[in-house]
Design a protein around this ligand. Structure first.
Ligand code: 9Z3
Length: 329
């Protein structure tokens, strides 16, 4: 694909180049203000003797636009179910009130507190009553009430902040903002990076403005590597936070080896390895201490329950370890 301005992305992945050349994040000022208020409230509560853990959950795929006025894009596989479900279990295992979640998800992907809602369209969910008002069908009544109640409670009590993204540019700019604003929470912060992040992208300045025309023949395109932001997150953005990343592979023979590599290369505390063919049934939690399999026990059982339970324990150990290191123990 020809460069619009004739400039080239660097051959090697480059963090500075990625951020400098990315299109400015829409609503950056508002998002930054919301984040500031959310974190400040948590810091105030923690100072008054109620330490609150904060988990940043990322969820869903990320798109890579091929045109600036985007008609076509490359996508990564993810429904957002794992992130949304894990958000709910985090509130449960940390106990509501002692954790707040920053949920950054792909627009349109699964949302927390919605997984028991029927997948039918809204047209199936509601009825028109005799007096012409809209009411929820009786069969869905309980589940809708529960979802609304749980969701409103989480938002009103300041336990949940949602920040949506669509493109890889938005995702990484948001991750940087969230991480730097969580840095003040030190080890109380945790990152649960379940979003499926593209490894390749077209730099904005190399992207054609208008829709690519098929009349120009077959399309040759060179994609640039997305710089590995996990290292930057660990080293610069939030060095004391507890970091969990996910590794998705289709080849079971390389999965665990790749997860080990990711852990060492990006200094992750935990890598959760999963294989596309059975990712809902089984994951392997990889730590420096060893590997633990977490499995689902049947159709109606989410493995995220055990997974989050285990991760919450590990986060508490991390907080304790950082506390004793700070006290010179
Ligand atoms: C995952 O592996 C998630 O578990 C799934 C969840 C995307 C499989 P769903 O959203 O699926 O419940 O439908 N996320 C992968 C994260 C990722 O892209 N990791 C990169 C990699 O594998 C490293 S950052 O290379």
């Amino acid at each position: 694909m020809d460069s619009k301005k004739g400039s080239k992305a660097p051959g090697s992945p480059d963090v500075e180049y990625f951020f400098n050349s990315a299109p400015p994040l829409k609503g950056r000022v508002q998002t930054s203000q919301k984040l500031k208020e959310f974190v400040e409230k948590i810091v105030r509560s923690s100072e008054s003797g109620r330490p609150i853990r904060v988990v940043c959950v990322t969820s869903g795929g990320t798109t890579v636009p091929l045109e600036q006025r985007c008609v076509r894009y490359i996508d990564n596989f993810s429904s957002g179910y794992r992130g949304a479900t894990s958000t709910e279990y985090s509130c449960f295992f940390y106990k509501n009130g002692c954790v707040s979640i920053i949920f950054s998800n792909f627009r349109g992907s699964c949302q927390p507190y919605c997984r028991y809602l029927p997948h039918d369209s809204f047209l199936e969910l509601f009825d028109i009553a005799e007096d012409s008002t809209i009411k929820v069908c009786e069969s869905h009544d309980t589940v809708v009430k529960r979802s609304i109640k749980d969701y409103r409670k989480a938002v009103e009590e300041g336990l949940l902040l949602k920040i949506p993204f669509t493109t890889i540019f938005e995702y990484l700019q948001i991750l940087q903002m969230v991480a730097t604003s969580m840095n003040c929470l030190k080890s109380l912060g945790m990152f649960y990076l379940a979003a499926a992040v593209s490894d390749f992208y077209v730099p904005w300045e190399n992207m054609v403005e208008h829709k690519i025309q098929s009349t120009e023949g077959p399309l040759d395109m060179r994609l640039t590597q997305v710089p590995k932001m996990l290292s930057v997150l660990r080293k610069d953005w939030a060095p004391s936070a507890f970091c969990i990343s996910f590794k998705l592979e289709t080849d079971p023979d390389i999965l665990l080896q790749k997860a080990d590599m990711a852990m060492q290369k990006y200094s992750m505390h935990i890598v959760v390895a999963n294989e596309l063919a059975n990712y809902k049934k089984e994951v392997t939690v990889v730590t420096s201490r060893g590997k633990t399999k977490v499995c689902s026990h049947g159709k109606d059982h989410d493995l995220e329950a055990e997974l989050v339970d285990l991760l919450v324990d590990r986060h508490f150990e991390h907080i304790k370890k950082c506390g004793s290191e700070a006290n010179g123990a």
